[in-house]
Write a protein that binds this ligand. Structure first.
Ligand code: SF4
Length: 622
């Protein structure tokens, strides 16, 4: 696109800096000198996408190599979308403002199910056929990765390939292959290209697999259509994060984004084994980074970005085995430079509070804990591994240390949940508020209860479980709303309809692609935003395509059922998940393998990797 054209366009939209691509540390590589060209697409608005650490990592990992380049694209806001459509302008990348169809590869990150209609919208805005089977050599390869690739089947017809697992090494490999195929002149043979990609470890090419169904509509098997295609595709895993690429010159946005700070990734994976948690399963094993390396990276990041906050990022940062030393060293090093340290996720224990206190000396905003369930029985069912005393002690510590506001995350609709478990949420919140009234300075604490609805996810012990019906969830929310009223108490909940669509898509099969396309055609997009989500569009889409969403969300899966994702391998064995499901029913907790007792999830032996801990003593007071 010519500059004048872009200026004209951007003068008519809100937040034009979303689309400029000239931020600090943005990389502008020469198009001609780099024959393998990829655009990384975050299927949501710029402000959401630019807060994604994966983008920063992959952007740097590709751009530091010769012969390949990566640019960015995001979903346009509704105002820009309207202008693009009116003027027949194809959606473009940020760095070079070239139409997306000129790239060799478009890589979508699949962070949550509610972005699936936006992906179709982006393909459409880019002038690219939605169905992989309708695309030719003239079109880019469309690939997907991230947590959605744990079960990419509902998206299978739209994608040429999915990357399972870590991307730092796999994406440059893919682009090197593309460069090679272009040099040899074989890039135009789409079928051969896809066959070659299927031979790369970690890449799943859905069109090379056939899905057979049983008479009752369940999956009978998923088999390769031709010889040489692996029967099961294993995820990629970086065995040692210390040797992996990490960006120390990330892009600094011009406008405020959701997480406007340095993200220092201290480790990958989580060993707690909460039985509802997909991230905890698919990112195993835990691989911690070396402390000295993290300190060096922090220093470079501060120097290269000017951010005033370093967030110690991971699924469960308080678990990092040298977290005290890391937090204290960083706090001491940066306090007088005005750079603060933050921990995005906290364990429900007093140690976490003291850690939070150590890093948040000045600004004591809200402290968040996630007990997840209101009763001990249910916390044991989900393997949360904390008891009421832990929670009360931790919140008391927090109030004593000066925090006024506590936020508590719970999930409703969990397997085996009864009314008593819901009342447990109320009692716990009230007890915490009482503690706060005694201990919080000023005596006017607030407790916010935030309740999401359980979504059964692939690769978890609860992947066999039904979701509560929308009307049941609404009744439960209403009951909690009635009880969680009064001074100091706040109550938030998630829309039950959104969780229902998430449940349908998360365990769905290829047939659902028709419903996604139908919902998009009716106008669904940017559905992660409450103001854009419209359940009626989905109801109409299911009716039009003859798909019964209840089959996916509400049906308890048979013990021996073949799942649409069984031909993929994220390392965690189905036998282990079945055992965990049994233990859940018996209310038995399974120990964290960080303690040295392997619980036999299958990841380490299956993928030939090890749990990497860096010593120190987690759980000790700061
Ligand atoms: S195989 Fe054992 S040590 Fe490795 S992640 Fe699984 S439970 Fe932990």
């Amino acid at each position: 696109m010519r500059d004048g054209e872009l200026e004209k366009l951007l003068s008519r939209v809100s937040r034009p800096s979303r689309y400029l691509g000239t931020e600090w540390n943005a990389v502008h590589k020469d198009w001609e000198e780099n024959p393998a060209r990829m655009a990384f697409i975050y299927p949501d608005l710029y402000e959401v996408g630019m807060s994604h650490l994966g983008l920063a990592i992959l952007y740097g990992a590709v751009n530091e190599r010769a012969g390949m380049l990566m640019e960015r694209a995001f979903a346009p806001g509704p105002d820009l979308e309207a202008l693009l459509r009116q003027n027949h302008i194809p959606l473009f990348s940020l760095e070079s403002h070239r139409p997306l169809y000129e790239f060799d590869v478009l890589g979508f990150t699949l962070q949550y199910e509610m972005s699936y209609t936006t992906i179709l919208n982006i393909l459409d805005l880019a002038g690219i056929p939605l169905l992989a089977g309708e695309r030719t050599a003239a079109h880019p390869l469309i690939i997907g990765g991230g947590p959605g690739a744990a079960n990419p089947e509902p998206l299978a017809p739209f994608f040429d390939a999915f990357l399972l697992g870590d991307g730092e090494e796999a994406l440059p490999e893919l682009l090197a292959l593309v460069a090679d195929l272009k040099k040899k002149g074989t890039i135009n043979d789409r079928r051969r290209v896809l066959q070659t990609i299927a031979g790369l470890p970690g890449f799943y090419v859905p069109s090379l697999y056939e899905v057979k169904y049983n008479d009752d509509g369940t999956v009978a098997e998923v088999v390769p259509r031709e010889k040489g295609v692996p029967a099961r595709v294993s995820k990629r895993v970086i065995p040692d994060l210390d040797t992996a690429y990490f960006p120390t010159r990330p892009i600094v946005p011009f406008l405020e984004v959701i997480h406007d700070r340095i993200m220092l990734e201290v480790m990958r994976g989580c060993t707690h084994g909460c039985r509802f948690c997909q991230a905890g399963a698919i990112y195993r094993p835990v691989r911690e980074r070396d402390l000295a390396l993290l300190l060096r990276q922090a220093e470079e990041l501060v120097r290269h970005t000017g951010h005033e906050e370093i967030s110690l990022t991971s699924l469960s940062t308080a678990d990092y085995s040298r977290v005290e030393e890391l937090a204290q060293t960083l706090t001491a090093a940066y306090a007088d430079r005005g750079v603060s340290i933050s921990l995005p996720s906290l364990r429900v224990d007093a140690f976490s509070v003291r850690l939070a206190e150590a890093v948040q000396r000045v600004r004591k905003s809200t402290l968040t804990f996630a007990p997840e369930a209101g009763s001990q029985r249910l916390r044991d069912v989900i393997n949360k591994g904390v008891d009421e005393e832990d929670i009360l002690t931790a919140t008391a510590e927090a109030f004593r240390a000066g925090w006024q506001a506590i936020k508590l995350y719970f999930m409703i609709g969990l397997p085996t949940e009864e009314e008593g478990d819901l009342l447990g949420i109320v009692h716990l919140a009230r007890r915490i508020l009482d503690v706060g009234r005694k201990l919080a300075p000023g005596g006017r604490p607030t407790v916010t209860v935030s309740v999401s609805s359980f979504v059964p996810k692939p690769w978890t012990a609860f992947q066999w479980e039904p979701q509560d019906r929308i009307e049941v969830i609404k009744r439960k929310q209403e009951m909690l709303r009635r009880h969680l009223k009064g001074p100091g108490m706040k109550f938030n909940w998630h829309e039950a309809e959104v969780s229902f669509i998430e449940a349908v898509l998360s365990r769905g099969d290829r047939r659902l692609s028709k419903a996604i396309a139908a919902a998009w055609r009716r106008g669904a997009r940017l559905e992660g935003w409450t103001e854009h989500f419209n359940f009626t569009l989905w109801e109409e889409a299911f009716r039009e395509t003859g798909i019964d969403p209840a089959f996916y969300a509400y049906r308890p899966r048979r013990d021996d059922e073949v799942f649409p994702w069984d031909h993929l391998d994220f390392g965690v064995s189905k036998a282990f998940l079945k055992k965990e499901r049994r233990r859940a029913r018996e209310g038995r907790v399974t120990a964290d393998c960080r303690s040295g007792r392997c619980s036999g999830c299958g990841v380490c032996p299956g993928l030939g990797v090890d749990l990497i801990l860096k010593g120190g003593s987690p759980g000790h007071a700061v």
